[in-house]
Design a protein around this ligand. Structure first.
Ligand SMILES: Nc1ncnc2c1ncn2[C@@H]1O[C@H](COP(=O)(O)OP(=O)(O)OP(=O)(O)O)[C@@H](O)[C@H]1O
Ligand SMILES: [Mg+2]
Length: 265
């Protein structure tokens, strides 16, 4: 019999050991499924390897709020998918302790034809809650979302900010050990962003670990103790939020074109 793993309070919630992720991309673009199938039958589809993450090692302690920043395509969402086990790494090992909430990203887990209320039941069911469990939660959930009468209209009529309100209200209603937020906080209005920050800070105090991916550096700096800067799938810098954000902004102000670094006069 395997002996149980005993964790001490100081063990990391999340540990990534040398994670690499390879995507296979078609060398030549195809314009239709038919073309793809024909090429597949003739064994003419050829693929190139693209490494979205390369050798990422990371350890995160309970109650930490960690920000992940970096340019479009740097690998931030891929990293969250690996942690949520939506995606398996090509190499390396992921160790997560406790309950991981589904990734908070715009539109995920919602049926656009269903109303906000129906989507709450749907999401609850996916998290293992019965209809009567959800009925008990409904009042506080609605209150937090601030959606008012919009809760009974189909989600496809919502603005991005309204979808974000609903998603955040649902995902944070259940206490999890690890909350993964992918660019969702910044679409809500100022009032809602404030509510989110308060809820995130209460979570941190009770030991929930939070990973925030965002292009809004101000939000990241306000919420996070530590920041990781991803660039082309590798960790470019890691450290205190203010220091890493300053380094990232500094470099963006001096774009590199080819091998020539452009400095401002
Ligand atoms: N399913 C896929 N197949 C092939 N390549 C992919 C796939 N998903 C992502 N990629 C590529 O992997 C790289 C990293 O993508 P990812 O979505 O993790 O970036 P990101 O840092 O979240 O960017 P953004 O800031 O735009 O959200 C990109 O170059 C992207 O084109
Ligand atoms: Mg992304």
């Amino acid at each position: 019999m395997n002996s149980p793993t005993i964790y001490s309070h100081d063990d990391p919630v999340l540990q990534l050991d040398s994670i690499s992720v390879r995507y296979r991309v078609l060398r030549e673009p195809v314009t239709s499924i038919k073309e793809y199938a024909l090429r597949w039958l003739r064994s003419k589809n050829s693929y190139a390897d693209f490494w979205a993450l390369k050798n990422i090692s990371l350890s995160i302690q309970p109650g930490e709020a960690v920000g992940i920043i970096g340019a479009n395509g740097a690998g931030k969402s891929t990293l969250l998918k690996i942690i949520a086990r939506v995606l398996r790494p090509t190499d390396g090992r992921v160790r997560v302790r406790g309950v991981v909430a589904p990734i908070l990203t715009l539109g995920a887990g919602f049926d656009p034809e269903m109303t906000g209320r129906e989507n709450i039941y749907l999401n609850g069911a996916m998290l293992g809650f019965s209809r009567s469990d959800m009925n008990k939660k409904m009042a506080t959930l609605l209150e937090f979302s601030g959606l008012g009468d919009f809760i009974d209209v189909p989600i496809r009529t919502y603005s991005d900010g309204m979808v974000a309100r609903l998603a955040f209200a649902i995902a944070t209603d259940v206490k999890s050990d690890l909350l993964l937020i992918d660019e969702i906080l910044t679409v809500g209005d100022i009032n809602f962003q404030e509510k989110c920050k308060i809820r995130i800070n209460t979570y941190k105090e009770t030991g929930t670990t939070i990973l925030v991916v965002s292009h809004n550096l101000k939000t990241v700096e306000e919420l996070c103790d530590r920041v990781i800067w991803l660039e082309h799938g590798v960790i470019r810098a890691e450290g205190k939020a203010a220091d890493v954000i300053a380094a990232y902004e500094d470099e963006r102000e001096q774009p590199i074109i080819g091998n020539i670094q452009v400095t401002h006069a």
